[in-house]
Design a protein around this ligand. Structure first.
Ligand code: SAH
Length: 466
């Protein structure tokens, strides 16, 4: 995939200063799943073109991808990812044009806010809605848009159109705005992310979209498609509406802009958001929270209208006591109190009280069970209680390298018996699915680092129709 930016006119060499890349040299860096290069196919008087090319390594990319194990097919290796402008291109823009994107140019600061006559060309972009969306997102920003939906195969016209288009943009824009538009909108058109979306993504969207996105007629669609996660999109829109980012702050550079944003929501909150989202998507109903601990999730569950009743189960009486006071059961109305109960129980023993529920949640609990008891746990939950939906979250061990104070090889909590990598979690979940006839989808929670994945991993298992 590539994007080329051409500056025409007498000042065309300003492009090289702004991009901080010397026209005679090729610069290359690693981006997760590939390598990105910047080079100048032309740097003549009156016309300068910089190309950012991302070479995708499908094998590396497929190792990073998760949640869709289609081992029987070649799809993980043979797909459109190497060609379509996607979030990988945005990552490359951030890495190779980061200084220009943040509006910094030490050698010629006066250039930063000067519009240049730019022509941008991206040979393959996503073309949702038959390509209509392309003009709808770029035109309101003042770009002249020329896009052509590409045929599926030029040799077989009867096969019809592909889901992709070529894109040319023309306009008089500052380089920093042009890059910010591409950074946010190319993944929006692609509609897929090569890594999941966490709180850091909201900040990136606001940082790069802050001043133009708030006024964009398609801001809802852009936030939704960029973030692809209901509650985060709502968060971003709310912050845009509050004007949380203003351009004065942004111009001081990334850090100041970032500090000016609200403190990002904690991982724990994100986990609760993601689990509640899954419960609501499953249709709510009767929910049991297995290993409910101090009842943080229970509190959310009883406030959710689609949830009819809630059972909290934990082996620890102390935790149940804390849950009881957190929920202020004695202060709840009769009607609400009837909807919630707390019982002591161990998840590694058959327990008829768990039967007949629509949804079970198991949040940060499996890693507290002895590995040799996991089979019994699976039988109790998936074989016997057998709710329609089970939501499981657990730490992703690969992420631990980001915790500076955690010595290598140690777990995050003294009571954790193990912590799984993404592959290990996948393997356990898929084994449960095949034994108890469930199907699973996976989702990361928190900042989904390109190399290590997210801090928390989630699987939503649904009982297969019999
Ligand atoms: N789900 C809660 C608590 C996670 S901590 C939250 O996300 O905040 C793990 C909890 O699992 C603890 O409260 C612990 O008491 C409980 N637990 C550990 N082993 C258990 C077992 N065998 N049966 C039931 N609960 C167990």
């Amino acid at each position: 995939m590539l994007v080329s930016i051409t500056c025409a006119g007498p000042n065309s060499s300003d492009l090289g200063f702004l991009l901080h890349k010397h026209p005679d040299r090729v610069r290359s860096v690693d981006v997760g799943g590939g390598r990105a290069h910047v080079f100048y196919p032309e740097a003549a008087e009156g016309r300068t073109t910089a190309v950012l090319l991302v070479e995708v390594d499908p094998i590396r990319l497929s190792r990073l991808a998760r949640g869709r194990k289609s081992a029987a097919t070649l799809e993980p290796y043979v797909n459109d990812r190497p060609y379509v402008a996607s979030s990988m291109l945005s990552v490359a823009i951030g890495k190779l044009y980061g200084t220009a994107l943040s509006g910094t140019c030490d050698t010629k600061p006066e250039l930063v806010d000067r519009p240049l006559d730019l022509e941008i060309s991206v040979p393959v972009v996503g073309a949702p809605q038959g390509g209509e969306l392309i003009a709808r997102v770029f035109e309101p920003l003042g770009w002249e848009v020329d896009s052509t939906v590409l045929p599926l195969d030029a040799a077989f016209a009867s096969w019809g159109d592909s889901r992709f288009a070529s894109l040319e943009l023309r306009g008089s824009k500052t380089v920093k705005d042009a890059l910010a538009h591409l950074y946010v909108l190319l993944p929006v058109l692609d509609g897929r992310k090569h890594y999941w979306i966490g709180e850091a993504e909201v900040d990136k969207l606001l940082r790069h979209g802050g001043d133009w996105l708030a006024a964009h007629p398609e801001r809802e669609l852009i936030s939704r498609r960029y973030l692809r996660f209901g509650s985060l999109a709502r968060d971003a829109l709310a912050r845009l509406a509050e004007g949380a980012v203003d351009s004065d702050e942004r111009d001081e550079g990334n850090d100041a802009g970032e500090n000016a944003l609200e403190r990002p929501i904690s991982l724990n909150e994100q986990r609760l958001d993601a689990v509640m989202d899954a419960v609501v998507r499953a249709g709510g109903g009767s929910v049991v929270d297995l290993g409910c601990g101090e009842g943080r999730l229970l509190k959310r569950l009883i406030a959710e209208p689609s949830v009819t009743d809630v059972l909290g189960v934990d082996v620890s009486l102390r935790a149940l006591d804390q849950a009881e006071s957190r929920l202020r059961l004695d202060e709840l109305s009769e009607r609400r109190r009837e909807r919630v109960s707390l019982v002591q129980g161990a998840l590694t023993y058959a327990d008829a009280r768990l039967h007949g529920r629509d949804v079970a949640t198991v949040v940060e609990v499996v890693e507290h069970l002895d590995a040799e008891r996991l089979d019994v746990f699976a039988r109790v939950v998936f074989g016997e209680a057998a709710p329609q939906t089970v939501v499981v979250t657990t730490p992703n061990r690969e992420y631990n390298v980001h915790f500076e104070r955690l010595p290598p090889g140690r777990f995050r909590h003294g009571d954790h018996r193990f912590e799984w990598t993404r592959a290990e979690f996948n393997e356990w979940v898929l084994a449960v699915c095949s034994e108890y006839r469930y199907t699973a989808t996976f989702a990361p929670i928190g900042n989904d680092d390109v190399e290590t994945g997210p801090p928390t991993q989630m699987a939503v298992l649904r009982k297969a129709a019999s």
